[in-house]
Design a protein. Structure first.
Length: 405
């Protein structure tokens, strides 16, 4: 009876450990503060994007002559977030005086002696305004030429119109791509530092206080490791889901967020890749953290996985082009690279599936590696263990059995 009870307890041990980890993480002040600050940053970013992208810019344009007035009137009005208003002037001198005083932003001056039209501004005129006026002038000149040639102006303009067609649709908003990639990278980096460091520090603290000896006398090392990882991954994923839900709700509430469909689609894939990528990182943080016998030894013991997390973060900030395509198939890096590609444009489904499969397989290898390290290093005290020597010890002998087995 006692043996049956022990076996049943040992089989159910990892959920108990996971539950404890969830309670500790959920009530941790560091986790609460980090969650609150990040949540405010996400909501603030959504609101800032809304106001920046929906801010209306008004251009007051002076028209010198009836021809100039007719041209400005063809583009006057609202064009998205651009508003053009026309004001007539009798001569160039009065229009330039209005420009200098700031009453108008620019003046459209008709050509003299065969020269082109002029857009007069106090300083360099807005490229957006110049583009609108240039298009209007070209349309007007083309219409006049068509009338003189006895052609239909509208038909001539329609025949000269150029419409771009992309065989592989892809957005050209590079700034949005960089912002989304940076957001994914920051969220992944902060989460790994918060929960990964807590796991590795906790493993060293348990060894330093000899608590791990009591724990391993009651439950297997694998169950203890599994419970720690499951608990922390659950809290981290819940935290990330909260961020995503808050961002989606805020975007829907304020409206006017550019590329919202692409953001939601890539955000959903980020959650999936984050779950796999963070689980991989959690395995390695827990395993490598067990190499340290004291808390001050944790940074040196976890340096390999820290470098991988930092590399992923830096790549999210500077990676572009073919490098992003290659990184989207590499484990851990794909956590930010593949969602970045999905946001930027069309990605074949087989590529997404292949990247996810590679990430899952690598996560399995990380689990095996972490399990071997933890079973050898958990009961070791004294100097910090070396990674290679620990792996050699794990391959030469079976993991130490827990008491009571």
């Amino acid at each position: 009876m006692i043996r049956r009870f022990r076996r049943a307890f040992r089989r159910a041990a990892w959920p108990l450990v996971a539950g404890r980890e969830i309670r500790v993480s959920a009530t941790s002040m560091a986790v609460r503060v980090s969650t609150g600050i990040t949540l405010l940053a996400v909501l603030g970013g959504i609101i800032a994007v809304h106001f920046l992208t929906n801010r209306v810019t008004t251009y007051r344009v002076g028209a010198v002559s009836a021809d100039a007035s007719a041209i400005v009137q063809t583009v006057a009005g609202r064009h998205g977030t651009i508003v053009i208003r026309e004001q007539e002037f009798s001569d160039r001198q009065s229009a330039e005086a209005a420009v200098r005083s700031g009453r108008i932003d620019a003046a459209l001056v008709p050509p003299r002696d065969g020269s082109g039209w002029l857009v007069v501004a106090k300083r360099t005129p807005s490229a957006t305004l110049v583009a609108y006026l240039t298009q209007a002038v070209q349309r007007g000149v083309l219409q006049d030429a068509a009338v003189r040639a006895g052609l239909a102006p509208n038909a001539l303009i329609a025949a000269s119109r150029v419409t771009p067609v992309a065989l592989v649709p892809q957005r050209q908003d590079q700034a949005a791509d960089r912002v989304i990639a940076a957001a994914f990278g920051v969220l992944f980096f902060v989460s790994c530092q918060l929960f990964g460091t807590a796991m590795s520090t906790g493993a060293a603290e348990e060894k330093e206080s000899r608590v791990v000896e009591v724990l391993l006398a009651a439950i297997p090392a694998r169950a203890l490791l599994a419970g720690k990882i499951v608990g922390n991954v659950a809290v981290a994923f819940a935290q990330m889901t909260l961020y995503a839900a808050a961002a989606a709700a805020a975007a829907a509430a304020v409206g006017g967020i550019p590329h919202l469909d692409a953001i939601l689609r890539s955000g959903g894939w980020f959650l999936l890749f984050y779950l796999v990528g963070f689980t991989t990182v959690a395995f390695l943080f827990a395993g490598l953290g067990a190499l340290a016998s004291r808390i001050p030894d944790v940074p040196a013991a976890t340096m390999p996985i820290q470098l991988l997390v930092i590399a992923t973060y830096i790549f999210a900030l500077i990676g572009k082009g073919a490098a992003v395509t290659v990184a989207s198939f590499l484990p851990v890096l794909c956590t930010v690279a593949m969602p970045q590609r999905i946001f930027a444009g069309h990605v074949p489904g087989w590529q997404v599936g292949l990247a996810l499969l590679a990430a899952v397989l690598f996560s399995g290898l990380a689990l095996t590696l972490a399990s071997r390290i933890y079973q050898v290093a958990a009961l070791h005290s004294g100097v910090r263990l070396r990674l290679l020597s620990t792996l050699r010890s794990a391959s030469r002998r079976p993991a130490p059995a827990s008491a009571g087995s």
